[in-house]
Ligand binder design. Structure first.
Ligand SMILES: *Cc1c(COP(=O)(O)O)cnc(C)c1O
Length: 411
């Protein structure tokens, strides 16, 4: 069946919870074992002392290791990305930093796409650097051969352990080719060392892009965004095959950064409407983008739905995505004062960072989400003082366009 058909029921047995149609919040720290032998068997599997037997399920032990709300959520999330397993975290950053820590050790090298989310960039260039993990950043305009050359020239090609990408790049929707990154990972893998490929799919997933199908080993989400979708929680998720997920789940057990039962419960509710929300948001975004493209006070619109059909970016977009998404960036004619005037004049659209929620949000990347970016990358990406980013929510398109029109009139 399709994932949306299974979001209400998959992984939950009402008869184990007094017949309740919805999973209760299992607000409990620990679980009672039927026998000492059962407890022993659960621990053997949880600590990786032996493989799980056929049909054997890991029993409930302790809520840092497993909890019904966490497990039901992970089973349901795995359906969208067709992943073997999922691990849910207390934030997107927690998911990302756990992946980076598991797959990079002192002396290793990381290849990553720039720009990447500010928190990820900071973790790579401060924490990882201090523990002796070197990194090479590449831009969306670098070709496969340019990137291979960067790796060779570093003199540490044999130390490359992880390729980390975020696509589309926020906020101007530049694309990174996942298949090309897979080829690079394979090219620099050896018998002694496999190079893994991890993708932050927050912007377009899980509906409009399936990185595992394009060759990624690991997919990560800030579940705070579309998955949660109501601006009322912070969470993250990692998905992939059994081998990588086992490693990530063991590290999560010892870092203790899993999501709480209540956060998982909220996410379970959100997942039931994930598809209708995302599809409606994308439909409305298309209307808003069409309106913006014709407006005389707007210089340029960054939206995947308006890429020129004969461009390389367009063919990559068509290969990798099934929708242009619901994120739009655009330049208001003028400078910071004009962009601020526009943002300050919006009434329905709220002035806040974050994205993917039921309410539309607007913000100013150059002074807000992207303020810490390297000036070279800022320049390349066109993140200038005129640029505004919108995340389109579930309001009626006519009301959103009226709000934007009124705000532009003030500029
Ligand atoms: C928000 C976001 C993150 C960080 O997630 P949190 O849930 O805020 O920790 C990471 N990557 C992308 C692309 C994001 O938008």
């Amino acid at each position: 069946m399709h994932p949306e058909s299974l979001m209400m029921t998959h992984g939950y047995k009402p008869e184990l919870s007094e017949g309740a149609i919805k999973p209760p919040v299992f607000q409990t720290s620990t679980f009672v074992f039927k026998t000492a032998e059962a407890g022993k068997a659960f621990f053997e599997v949880a600590y990786g002392l032996r493989e799980k037997a056929d049909q054997e399920e890991l029993g409930l032990i302790y809520s840092r290791i497993n909890n019904p709300n966490l497990e039901i959520l992970e089973d349901r999330l795995a359906l969208w990305d067709k992943a073997d397993q999922c691990a849910v975290f207390e934030s997107g950053m927690s998911a990302i930093s756990t992946v980076l820590l598991e797959f990079l050790k002192p002396g290793d090298m990381l290849l990553y796409s720039r720009p990447t989310y500010g928190g990820t960039d900071h973790f790579i260039n401060h924490f990882l650097k201090e523990i002796g993990v070197e990194s090479i950043g590449f831009r969306p305009d670098h070709s496969e051969e340019d990137i291979a050359q960067l790796i060779e020239e570093s003199g540490k090609a044999d130390k490359l352990s992880l390729i980390y990408i975020e696509t589309p790049a926020n906020p101007t929707n530049e694309l990174i080719d996942i298949v090309m990154c897979r080829r690079l990972a394979d090219r620099f893998s050896s018998n002694a060392k496999k190079v893994y490929l991890a993708t932050d799919n927050t912007y377009m997933g899980p509906l409009w892009c399936s990185p595992l199908e394009h060759g990624a080993d690991i997919v990560m989400y800030s579940a705070t965004k579309y998955l949660g979708g109501h601006s009322d929680l912070i969470a993250g998720a990692v998905l992939g095959g059994d081998e990588v997920m086992q490693r990530i789940k063991v590290l999560r057990t010892f870092l203790g950064n899993m999501a709480s039962p209540h956060t998982c419960w909220l996410l379970l509710r959100s997942l039931e409407t994930l598809k209708v929300r995302m599809e409606q948001q994308a439909r409305t975004a298309e209307r808003v983008a069409q309106y913006l493209m014709k407006h005389p006070k707007i210089l340029k619109v960054y939206y995947l739905g308006c890429l020129p059909k004969d461009s390389d970016a367009y063919s990559l977009y068509k290969r990798q995505y099934t929708s242009p998404g619901a994120m739009i960036a655009f330049e208001v004619k003028g400078k910071e004062a004009e962009a601020f005037k526009f943002l300050n004049s919006l009434k329905l659209v709220k002035l806040a960072v974050s994205l993917g929620s039921t309410e539309s949000l607007g913000q100013h990347p150059a002074t807000m989400t992207h303020v810490g970016l390297d000036p070279e990358i800022k320049e390349f990406m066109g993140i200038n003082e005129r640029l505004v980013r919108l995340s389109i929510g579930l309001e009626h398109e006519e009301d959103l366009i009226m709000d934007i029109e009124n705000a532009l009139r003030q500029v």
